[in-house]
Design a protein around this ligand. Structure first.
Ligand code: ZN
Length: 1001
């Protein structure tokens, strides 16, 4: 037989595109459109009552970021009475998907939201009154969001559109127009049948008989359709191939409706609020047509916005929750970053998120839903379990640039050994459209085939919101049980997780961090947001600690509401495009301002609480919020400082020393010798230089704010030949030398300091930075033979090899550390602590004279030009310190101390620590008043060294009850109280323990 299949397949594609798809919308009646430019956002009432003037299709509208209202009026022809009538509104869409161009929300004449208007989802239902031959009117609040990401060829082109100051006022869009349409439902159904069959067919092999069966059925269908364009008769021909069931071994797909809505990214937060309103209204409208819809809605913050700003939409969501059409997932306040976000912040993401769903809906989320963030902390499994959730969903690792992640369904094991059942959808997107091609890819890609049989596919337009559409629902219906395709069931994530766990409870284990081999620059980009976040985290610790102490002492009320409000602001900044620094200028400015506002509110709370606790008087009192004693002040207490004797001095203008450390600089201002005088060890390897500032070109192939590509290391410039080296303090309390460098358009001033009793060399760096596409690093060759580096993460640390033996090690060339990295060999270690630097690299280097040494480098500043073309121009300050002879315990302690300087105030009295722990390995991360406002004290501590630990915990207040709780402060086990208000605690390595301590009333 002669082969005609190529020609026939082409015929089907052409017919679908040119004739079948347009056909259902052929009967049209143009509407009249008038326009009211409100510029900024106005209330719906003001929008409806605006001064409208007529506008014709093709007319320009919408300067960047402005709001424009359209009034759209039409009359349904009498002969359409009783039929399905819809309105189609084209704001000037460019044919690509929603989220990154103009969008609108349609309201009825009473101001009730109807549905969002977006590209590829621009229909509105026309009510029965109008359908019976009446007039129809709606209003659309449209936002002219600029497309920051252009087409595929210019996706990362530098643009000023993300900043109101540079976006200009030229209208961005031309109105497409608005029509009422009589929907030909039979023709619509035929178009979907043909589309799905064509898609399934294209995924089958040429030798698969099913492929040819489908093709010949489609051919017969078109033969009939070409004859008299009768969709009913043509559709009848497809009935046989459409009803053939999937094979027994077909992969099973749990399709979950979803809208990934970045809480800010290429749009500011205020636009996200409206994106939520539009998306959730879409979901409500879709649910009316498709009762089987299940929409997974994450991020409590976005529900909160809907509740505050779109109460009618929020009520509809709640009604859909009752019907099972909307399911709350995620259990986090926002889908936060988990690399840079601190330990207690991650806890509060879970606590505030879960509490919102419990309070508003009376239900508990079971899974953490984080499809899109740039790597996942190894502290997370334990926190997920401790929050009361037991499943985890992620997606992003499919973006790895080097290694293919080996599992799709697996147990993810954290640093403490906690394991959480995890799924990583093989469909490789969290914005699926449920096309046969995507589903076939999921089935082919699924790594556990033969052990498991199912995967999850989140479907719906996303990143900029939008959500599922009826096209996707129609595909899901047709693909439920169709020969040649995986079987699709629209269902809740919990159904998937239950079934996946039941069939594959002994899934493989992935231990440790889920490192994303991409977007490594997000550990450094927009450093001011990261520093602002760190500062807020530190201040929040102090504010909660001293407020609790004042509460227990009966000297002050606890600022519950104020702290909750500040937490919500902090948690929002931790969103996975804000804290990583991958947003437009407007978002970056807003985040920095938000951190500053939170910090000043927290400073006021701390001031008030410390004054209430210790009074204001004539005794100098130091408040030590750190979890370890220092200078004679116990951890978590306030008392007089006891200084030990010691002297720091400067010798020869380039040598600093105290009893512990001696540092020598060369004429370049670089460290040629760093002696640990106690251990009698030189830290700088022979011939090497320490604390060298290095500049690299930083021009990644794609994703400028996100990526550092490995070839950046091919070129580097060491800052040398300083403008000046100046002794700024000669001792005895402090010895300090300042080195000033000029380079490019920029200036860096470093102050190297030893205090009289300090055990670290402190380095303060001030940079006036005016470089573009450059990366600034601080380099420390260290004369230790370290096989691994230890990096602090939330509630513990991770170990990473210093070699690059495997492709996995090699791809991890830039990684996260929180307050410290520590490297060591048997018997000796060194730590580098910081107060707001996250990007690190540590590797082995050849040592002159034999053996090997270790190179640690801190990533300090970048200057990416997209999406914020300003880069990071301006003044920045950083602090880090080198701690010679540091064990892990020393590194932990130094990290806290460096971030929590003592506060001194003239006071009346000292304050005992509310809780005192005997074993230094067990570290207190937070002390707060219980969320239920019972007056109970909540203490969160963890084992910090990576070994089993037993400790006593003694309270300074009479204790009547003590319990271990989950993160939401719900009791897990009661604790025996020993004499003298003492508890005995046993912790496994890196265990996080939340205690609820009830004072005697
Ligand atoms: Zn995202």
């Amino acid at each position: 037989m002669h082969d005609s299949h190529v020609k026939t397949e082409a015929r089907v594609r052409t017919a679908l595109e040119m004739r079948l798809r347009p056909r259902p919308w052929a009967s049209r009646e143009p509407c009249e459109v008038s326009v009211f430019t409100s510029g900024g956002q106005v209330t719906v009432q003001d929008g409806l009552a605006g001064a409208y003037v007529p506008i014709d299709p093709g007319a320009p509208w919408g300067p960047p970021w402005s709001t424009t209202w359209f009034r759209i009026s039409g009359k349904v022809p009498a002969e359409w009475a009783g039929s399905r009538v819809e309105a189609l509104i084209d704001l000037g869409f460019d044919g690509r998907g929603p989220g990154f161009q103009a969008e609108g929300m349609a309201f009825d004449s009473d101001g009730v939201p109807i549905k969002g208007i977006a590209p590829l989802n621009n229909w509105l239902p026309v009510g029965s009154e109008a359908r019976s031959g009446g007039a129809w009117t709606c209003f659309v609040e449209a936002v002219s969001m600029p497309g920051i990401m252009g087409g595929t060829d210019d996706r990362f082109r530098v643009t000023g559109l993300g900043d109101l100051a540079t976006a200009g006022t030229k209208p961005l869009y031309r109105l497409g127009g608005a029509d009422l349409v009589l929907v030909d439902e039979i023709a619509l159904s035929l178009a979907f049948d043909v589309e799905v069959l064509l898609g399934v067919m294209e995924e089958l092999g040429d030798s698969d008989p099913r492929r040819h069966e489908i093709l010949r059925a489609l051919e017969r269908c078109l033969d009939l359709y070409d004859l008299d364009e009768d969709p009913a008769a043509a559709g009848e021909v497809l009935r046989g191939v459409m009803s053939a069931p999937a094979t027994r071994t077909a992969h099973k797909i749990s399709a979950v409706g979803h809208a990934h809505i970045d809480s800010a990214w290429l749009w500011p937060i205020r636009e996200t609020v409206r994106k939520c309103g539009r998306t959730f209204a879409n979901v409500a409208a879709l649910g009316e047509q498709y009762p089987e819809l299940v929409f997974a809605c994450s991020q409590a913050q976005q529900w909160w916005w809907a509740k505050q700003n779109y109460p009618a939409v929020f009520e509809r969501m709640k009604a859909q929750v009752a019907k099972g059409q909307v399911v709350h997932v995620g259990g986090m306040w926002v889908e936060s970053d988990t690399n840079v976000t601190g330990g207690e912040s991650l806890v509060r993401q879970l606590v505030l998120g879960k509490r919102f769903f419990l309070d508003e809906l009376g239900v508990e989320t079971e899974e953490v839903w984080l499809p899109d963030c740039f790597g996942y902390s190894a502290a997370f499994p334990q926190l997920i379990l401790l929050s009361g959730s037991h499943w985890f969903l992620t997606q992003k690792l499919s973006w790895n640039d080097t290694n293919k992640f080996p599992h799709h369904t697996f147990w993810w094991e954290g640093i403490d050994g906690s394991r959480v059942f995890t799924h990583f959808p093989p469909v490789d997107t969290y914005n699926a459209r449920l096309t046969p091609a995507e589903l076939a890819h999921a089935a082919r890609n699924y790594a556990e085939a033969g052990f498991g049989s199912r995967s999850l596919a989140p479907f719906g337009y996303g990143d900029g919101g939008g959500g599922p559409t009826r096209e996707m629902m129609e595909r899901a219906r047709r693909l439920a049980d169709l020969d040649g395709s995986p079987k699709v069931t629209v269902e809740a994530p919990s159904k998937f997780f239950e079934a996946a766990h039941a069939e594959y409870a002994d899934a493989p284990v992935w231990s440790g961090e889920l490192y994303l081999e991409l977007h490594r620059g997000t550990l450094t980009n927009q450093v001011e947001i990261k520093r602002g976040n760190r500062r807020c985290e530190n201040l929040m610790r102090e504010a909660e600690l001293w407020s609790t102490a004042a509460l227990v002492a009966g000297r002050s009320a606890y600022p519950y509401e104020e702290l909750d409000e500040i937490w919500r602001d902090i948690l929002l900044v931790q969103f996975h495009d804000i804290l990583p620094g991958t947003s437009i200028a407007m978002v970056n400015d807003e985040a920095i301002a938000s951190c500053a506002a939170s910090a000043s509110k927290l400073e006021r709370i701390i001031e008030k609480a410390t004054a209430a606790l210790c009074g204001r008087g004539s005794v100098p009192i130091s408040f030590n919020a750190a979890p370890h004693a220092r200078d004679g002040v116990a951890a978590l207490s306030a008392g007089p400082t006891v200084t030990s004797p010691g002297v720091a001095r400067v010798l020869d203008e380039r040598i600093l020393e105290n009893d512990r450390i001696r540092v020598e600089l060369d004429s370049n201002g670089q460290i040629v010798s760093l002696m640990d005088r106690l251990a009698n060890r030189e830290l700088i390897p022979p011939g090497a230089r320490g604390n060298v500032l290095q500049i690299h070109p930083d021009i990644p192939n794609k994703w400028p704010a996100w990526d550092i590509d490995p070839f950046y290391r091919n070129t580097k410039t060491d800052l040398s030949s300083p403008q000046s080296i100046t002794v700024i303090s000669g001792g005895p309390a402090e010895a300090a030398i300042q080195v000033e460098y000029l380079f490019g358009e920029s200036r860096a001033v470093q102050t190297l300091r030893l205090t009289a009793v300090g055990d670290a060399l402190e380095v303060d760096t001030e940079v006036d930075w005016h470089e573009h596409e450059r990366l600034l690093k601080a380099s420390f060759p260290i004369d230790v033979h370290a096989d691994q580096s230890l990096s602090e993460i939330q509630f513990g640390h991770v170990r990473r090899p210093t070699h690059t033996n495997t492709s996995w090690d090699n791809a991890r060339f830039e990684f996260v550390a929180h307050r410290f990295v520590q490297v060591g060999e048997a018997g000796y270690g060194v730590a580098i602590v910081n107060d707001g630097i996250y990007g690190h690299e540590v590797g082995a280097i050849e040592r002159a004279g034999g053996g090997r040494a270790t190179l640690a480098r801190l990533s300090i500043l970048r200057s990416a030009n997209f999406p914020d073309p300003r880069g990071e121009n301006g003044r920045h300050e950083f602090r880090y310190a080198i701690v010679p002879g540091a064990t892990i315990a020393d590194a932990v302690r130094s990290g806290y101390h460096f971030n929590l300087p003592v506060r001194t105030a003239m006071a009346e009295r000292v304050a005992e620590p509310l809780v005192a722990l005997a074993n230094q390995a067990v570290v207190v991360e937070a002390v707060k008043a219980a969320d239920d406002r019972s007056g109970d004290v909540v203490v969160r501590c963890y084992e910090s060294l990576g070994g089993k630990a037993t400790t006593t915990l003694k309270t300074s207040f009479p204790l009547c009850r003590a319990a271990v709780t989950d993160l939401l402060e719900r009791q897990l086990a009661e604790l025996q109280i020993g004499p003298d208000n003492q508890l005995t605690l046993h912790l496994r390595p890196f265990q996080v323990l939340t205690l609820r301590l009830s004072p005697e009333k």
